[in-house]
Design a protein around this ligand. Structure first.
Ligand SMILES: [Zn+2]
Length: 420
């Protein structure tokens, strides 16, 4: 059902890192422009909203899930095992990305990728394309058709990768500029992201040019940072003048409030302070980190520095697009079970904050866009409790720790229901 409507169902939405709102007998009303008019207990639904078309459901309503780091061209490479980061790129990922020179591959993969996001309940994603201008153009066309909220960019590489994936810096930046002109903010759901893959495959001119382009067009920036020891060692060899990996991006002008850095596992106080001083965000990708054995993400130091952190699937080093699964692995990578409010927040409102979209999405609050999902949760609870009898901690724990990847039933973006 598309907006306007009111839906009567259990509702969970984040309020802060350590707080959720839980309405076991809840309701959400969505106006004709796809904005949330009301969220709360159904008995408090204002009388004037009771005339809206009604939908009743037993599945739990949540904000749409937000994936802040995912690679579209790697969709068919999930689960390629047995290596660490740099070897995995050479053996599996670069050969796959070369295929995106073919339009049919780009089209077919983009369609299946977006269908995969919808069935996983991901309503917003920040996405790396391939290096091919036409493939990224197609990825935008298909994002528009899918109705998802997509932030996307053509990947930039001008050295240290197979020749078929490299372009001289000037040509690569010109291609990005054409894509920005065609797609950046073309609809309220689409944005461009300047996407140098990472420092090891970028010349200093490419990094500087990327930063200039982002500033000129007010786009997002995404790249990788401090993911593995061998990657960091390579950056040290390639950029011996810089104090550390983060400093390479600082010097190029890539540290901005609209920059999102993937991983940042092997970091330190100086680098965190630098990221915080430039108000940068970090995409934490725990499933990928477990898969490649990259290490344990330092949650508390990021928190202490006040750095905005979202969650990323990082497909295909991540094995699934399911952010429900990624919420669970956020806990497992820490070697302890986190309080479930934190993964719920990081996969929704935290992601929205990382993308500077928290005024628009990330929680089910009046005034925000109705980006929303319904999730089927297990019905057999301890000591015979019903769903409505669960506490806020219990329902959050069921969602994070006991909900299957296939549990997403319905998905709306801006009040429009999407089908996969
Ligand atoms: Zn990545």
């Amino acid at each position: 059902m598309n907006a306007p409507f009111r839906i009567h169902a259990p509702v969970v939405t984040p309020v802060a890192r350590d707080r959720i709102a839980w309405h076991p007998r809840g309701a959400v009303a969505v106006g004709e422009h796809g904005r949330i008019l009301f969220r709360g207990d159904e008995r408090d639904l204002p009388e004037e909203l009771q005339a809206l078309p009604e939908l009743r459901g037993g599945d739990v309503l949540l904000p749409g899930l937000i994936d802040t780091h995912v690679h579209l061209p790697q969709f068919d490479c999930r689960g390629k095992f047995g290596t660490t980061l740099l070897e995995w790129l050479d053996r599996f990922i670069y050969p796959e990305e070369i295929r995106f020179a073919q339009e049919e591959v780009a089209r077919d993969t983009a369609r299946r990728f977006y269908r995969g996001l919808i069935s996983a309940g991901t309503t917003t994603a920040m996405v790396y394309g391939s290096v091919h201008e036409r493939a990224t153009d197609i990825a935008f066309e298909e994002a528009d058709r899918a109705g998802l909220r997509i932030l996307l960019g053509n990947v930039l590489m001008d050295r240290n990768a197979p020749a078929d994936l490299l372009l001289p810096a000037g040509e690569a930046l010109d291609a990005s500029e054409r894509l920005i002109e065609a797609w950046h903010r073309r609809t309220p759901l689409l944005s461009y992201v300047i996407s140098p893959r990472f420092a090891p495959t970028s010349s200093p001119e490419l990094l500087r040019g990327a930063a200039e382009l982002a500033e000129r067009y007010d786009t997002y920036i995404q790249t990788h940072l401090n993911e593995s020891d061998s990657e960091i060692a390579r950056v040290r060899e390639l950029f011996p003048e810089n104090a550390h990996y983060t400093d390479v991006y600082r010097e190029a002008g890539l540290l901005t409030p609209k920059s999102v850095f993937g991983h940042n596992i092997h970091t330190d106080d100086a680098q965190l302070s630098m990221l915080a001083a430039h108000d940068c965000a970090v995409a934490h990708c725990p499933d990928s980190n477990l898969f490649l054995g990259s290490g344990r993400f330092p949650i508390e130091p990021h928190e202490q520095h006040g750095i905005r952190v979202g969650l990323g699937s990082d497909v295909a080093a991540g094995t699934t697009l399911s952010m429900l699964h990624v919420m669970r692995t956020m806990s497992y990578v820490q070697g302890r079970s986190l309080h479930p409010f934190l993964p719920i927040h990081t996969g929704t409102l935290g992601g929205a904050e990382a993308l500077r979209l928290a005024n628009e999405i990330g929680s089910l609050d009046a005034g925000k866009s109705a980006d929303m999902i319904s999730v089927h949760v297990e019905r057999k609870f301890c000591r015979g409790k019903s769903l409505q009898e669960l506490s806020d901690v219990e329902i959050a724990s069921v969602i994070v720790y006991r909900t299957a990847e296939t549990a997403v039933r319905r998905v709306w973006v801006g009040g429009t229901e999407l089908t996969d």
